[in-house]
Design a protein around this ligand. Structure first.
Ligand SMILES: Cc1cc2nc3c(=O)[nH]c(=O)nc-3n(C[C@H](O)[C@H](O)[C@H](O)COP(=O)(O)OP(=O)(O)OC[C@H]3O[C@@H](n4cnc5c(N)ncnc54)[C@H](O)[C@@H]3O)c2cc1C
Length: 413
């Protein structure tokens, strides 16, 4: 396919979903992925009900993959198991699927719709006077190929070198996440709950704004990881590998880790969040997923938002091509703002507040002592409120203020 209607740069969740929905609209679509499937990606492999919905919509086959009924949260010896809530749009289950399998299978679904999926191909933008004029495709052992698609989807992930060349930049005043994960063997890998320890502690016992997780894969292995947000003093000197080590050392005994349980050494990455990267589109391109910082600051979830933004971008590109009017792309950023601005603003505020260690302690202390409060928090953090439950900002700001006021004094010392 020399000149597809749309070239998608990156074959992770954002790119594969964009490819799927573009091809389904009948557009000639090429997805290029610089690595070769199955490719490894630093990730917790956790899929919330929002992500499940997107996958179901694309016809993903969950047979053989490990389903999850809810979240077990704990701090100290206080523990709460909370099923995923019932919802009018989203299913009440999640899953843990290795990214190496997940991304390959979703890319294959895009292929089934008619997209050409080429792995081992790196895309490099050609820019003249700030304008994207064509894209060079580089494949080892082959001559470079220059293509001039009508539109390009930038889905090249958190580092987004392609996007940076188009002038995209991350807002430095917004927080971002840092996380690391590895795989361990555990006889408890069939656990139906994902687990997280709130207010994870560093080696000196200081509470961090983030959490440690165990996401069971159901195949004899578990994904263990730790992540924090950059809203606390001293995050620049943080060693996430040491944070993970401390977390693994303190894991509950039922995971039954031994000295030989580690099967894959931990790797980490950045989580650009809160729609912190822009511009999100140009004359002939649209960016999605981590490339626009679409990760949810509340819980570090980015797979679903990459699917959602990829799908959304595909719709606006299809409109722009159908009408011959590139101005249709404006609708993409407008819809993102309409749907997510309010939520992201609250999430941003939340991570700034918990960057203060005493506030993190206060939230976990109070939350873990009230099941209704934690169930509500789970719904908010996984973005699973019903449409009529929105109007979040005022309620959450109010709740945050109330928690600060009623927090027992010793906690604030
Ligand atoms: C440690 C860690 C744990 C996480 N855990 C979770 C979790 O449990 N659940 C969750 O929902 N989210 C999680 N996330 C976030 C999630 O991984 C990302 O939000 C998600 O992968 C974003 O998808 P994407 O398609 O935008 O980018 P990516 O998944 O990064 O895909 C981008 C792709 O583009 C390719 N690419 C880059 N440049 C080029 C180029 N020039 N040409 C061709 N190809 C290119 C890359 O090789 C890559 O495959 C985690 C992140 C980290 C770091």
């Amino acid at each position: 396919m020399t000149n597809p209607d749309v070239l998608v740069v990156g074959g992770g969740p954002g790119g594969a979903a964009a490819g799927y929905w573009l091809a389904r609209r009948g557009l000639s679509t090429m997805v290029v992925e610089k690595k070769t499937y199955p490719r490894e990606k630093a990730c917790g492999d956790g899929l919330t009900p929002r992500a499940i919905k997107q996958l179901v919509d694309m016809g993903f086959d969950f047979a053989g993959h490990h389903r999850i009924v809810g979240l077990r949260a704990y701090t100290g010896d206080v523990r709460l198991e909370m099923p995923w809530p019932e919802h009018s749009i989203y299913p009440n289950w999640g899953a843990v699927v290795r990214r190496s399998d997940l991304d390959m299978q979703v890319a294959a679904l895009a292929g089934k719709q008619g997209a050409v999926v080429a792995s081992g191909v790196e895309a490099v933008p050609n820019i003249e006077c700030g304008d994207l004029t064509s894209v060079t495709l580089k494949r080892k052992g082959h001559d470079d190929e220059v293509v001039t698609p009508k539109y390009v989807v930038v889905a090249d992930g958190s580092l987004s070198r392609f996007g940076r060349k188009l002038g995209m930049q991350r807002r430095k005043d917004y927080p971002f996440g840092l996380a690391v994960r590895g795989y361990w063997e555990s006889p408890n890998s069939q656990d139906e709950y994902i687990e997280s320890q709130l207010a994870i502690k560093d080696r000196d016992g200081k509470s961090m704004p983030g959490y440690g997780w165990v996401f069971p894969l159901g195949d004899g292995q578990i994904n263990i990881g730790a992540g924090v947000v950059s809203s606390f003093k001293g995050w620049k000197g943080l060693n996430t590998s040491q944070l993970l080590e401390a977390y693994v050392a303190g894991l509950p005994g039922y995971w039954e880790l031994t000295g030989d349980s580690l099967v894959r050494a931990p790797i980490g990455g950045k989580l650009p969040m809160s729609l912190s990267v822009g511009p999100r589109f140009g004359r002939n391109w649209v960016a999605v997923g981590d490339a626009i910082g679409a990760v949810n600051p509340f819980n570090g979830e980015g797979i679903d938002y990459a699917y959602e933004t990829g799908r959304m971008a595909a719709g606006y590109i299809a409109d722009a091509i159908a009408t011959g009017n590139p101005a249709a792309l404006q609708g993409y950023t407008q819809e993102l703002d309409d749907i997510f601005n309010d939520y992201q603003r609250v999430a941003r505020r939340f991570v700034m507040v918990i960057g203060h260690p005493t506030m993190m302690k206060t939230f976990t202390y109070l939350g873990m002592r009230s099941r209704p409060l934690m169930e509500w928090a789970l719904k908010v953090m996984a973005n699973l409120l019903e449409p009529e439950e929105r109007g979040l900002s005022e309620r959450i700001y109010g709740a945050v203020e109330r928690i600060v006021k009623i927090a027992p004094d010793p906690l604030l010392k």
